[in-house]
Design a protein around this ligand. Structure first.
Ligand SMILES: Cc1cc2nc3c(=O)[nH]c(=O)nc-3n(C[C@H](O)[C@H](O)[C@H](O)COP(=O)(O)O)c2cc1C
Length: 359
């Protein structure tokens, strides 16, 4: 296993991944040729396919992704203050048959560190708590990440607010805007606010609170001016359709795109039924990979349907369970303007190349 190629090696600590990753990648074999034919958020790209916020925590990682032909690449979510994330391990393999349905997610799921070789069966949980080295590190590193994009490639910066001592909700919303502003000042061509992290219990999952979403979008957009703003949201159950529509309507004047989905939260246990990941508030953690594809596809379709019915112009970034070229095509046929893969690209460095070869 030690010589497997990984953007982010799940068997190594976050620090090791930041300092020494990516690992064993083959960075010379993939090349874009000709002229980029697609337009995404005002930028020409070779293919609107890439890696969402997560597996790429530094500019070394984002640059490696660009070299491997991922043309739309998101830098892992950062904060305005240094923040220690959860304890290692951060990733486990779910012992799951088929889809992670809402019924299964309502129960508990066994997980360990043995990953299946068949990627169509690879569903994982990730629970980082969004660690950040803080702006002293990431502002300079973001500039390197932006410089690492080649012709026809686009770097997106993901930011999140942090609840700090004495903070009111207002301060918290302003902290999102401050993070977005720092990213814009560093030259980020597109900025995403993460409204859907399930792994920091005290911060909650904001995307289900219309007031929070609206305030954050208003303030972030004001802070970044003409730079396109994206929101990253989670899955909305069918009985939350009105909530989804309300949120989409409210944010439509401010956002250029909606990235969906993040993860589906479930209780994750070891083979004896005990909490698998050590730490308070960590019984439930976000699950991703093949088992959540159904949810990402469904949300893409619903966002596309709302867009058409109401005449909105936001772009849809389809995320969740993209493991093969066919998955990419399904997302596009469901209405995605851009498609991204975290788990699939982590286990197959050549996913972008394979998709391009299949078109
Ligand atoms: C290792 C890892 C770290 C992640 N960290 C973040 C993050 O910092 N911010 C974020 O918005 N999403 C994060 N995610 C969620 C992904 O962006 C994505 O929404 C989710 O994994 C579903 O896609 P997938 O099925 O292709 O993995 C992370 C996912 C993984 C696998």
């Amino acid at each position: 296993m030690s010589d497997m190629a990984y953007f982010y090696d799940p068997n190594k600590t976050f620090e090791d991944n930041c300092d020494n990753g990516p690992f064993n990648m083959d960075l010379t074999s993939v090349k874009n040729t000709g002229e980029p034919q697609y337009e995404f958020l005002g930028h020409k790209v070779y293919l609107p396919f890439g890696i969402p916020a997560g597996p790429l925590p530094t500019s070394k990682h984002t640059t490696a992704a660009f070299k491997l032909g991922y043309d739309v690449v998101v830098y892992k979510t950062q904060r305005t203050v240094p923040f220690t994330g959860n304890k290692f391990p951060h990733i486990l393999s779910l012992k799951l048959d088929g889809d992670l349905t809402l019924e299964k997610a309502a129960g508990s799921i066994v997980a360990d560190q043995n990953y299946p070789e068949d990627l169509s069966k690879l569903t994982i949980t990730n629970s980082f708590g969004m660690p950040s080295q803080g702006p002293d590190f990431w502002i300079d590193d973001l500039k390197k990440a932006i410089a690492g994009a080649g012709k026809g490639q686009l770097l997106i910066m993901s930011v999140v607010g942090t609840i700090q001592d004495g903070f009111t909700p207002d301060d918290y919303y302003n902290d999102f805007a401050y993070g977005a502003q720092l990213a814009a000042d560093a030259g980020a061509p597109v900025i995403e606010v993460n409204l859907s992290c399930p792994n920091v219990a005290t911060e909650g999952v904001l995307c289900y609170s219309p007031e929070s979403v609206l305030e954050i979008c208003k303030r972030a957009k004001k802070a970044i001016g003409d730079v396109p703003l994206l929101i990253k949201i989670g899955y909305y159950r069918p009985d939350q359709q009105d909530l989804l529509e309300e949120i989409v309507e409210q944010v439509s004047p401010y956002v250029a795109g909606i990235s969906s989905i993040n993860t589906i939260a479930a209780a994750v246990v070891d083979k004896d039924g005990n909490q698998a990941l050590e730490g308070e508030g960590r019984l439930k953690s976000g699950c991703c990979g093949a088992g959540i594809r159904w949810a990402g596809l469904e949300m893409t379709k619903r966002l596309d349907e709302i867009r058409k019915r109401k005449g909105y112009s936001y772009a849809i970034i389809g995320v969740g369970g993209v493991m093969t070229p066919d998955d990419y095509k399904h997302y596009v046929s469901h209405g995605a303007d851009c498609v991204m893969s975290a788990t699939g690209a982590m286990w197959n460095q050549y996913l972008a190349r394979d998709i391009k070869a299949s078109l």
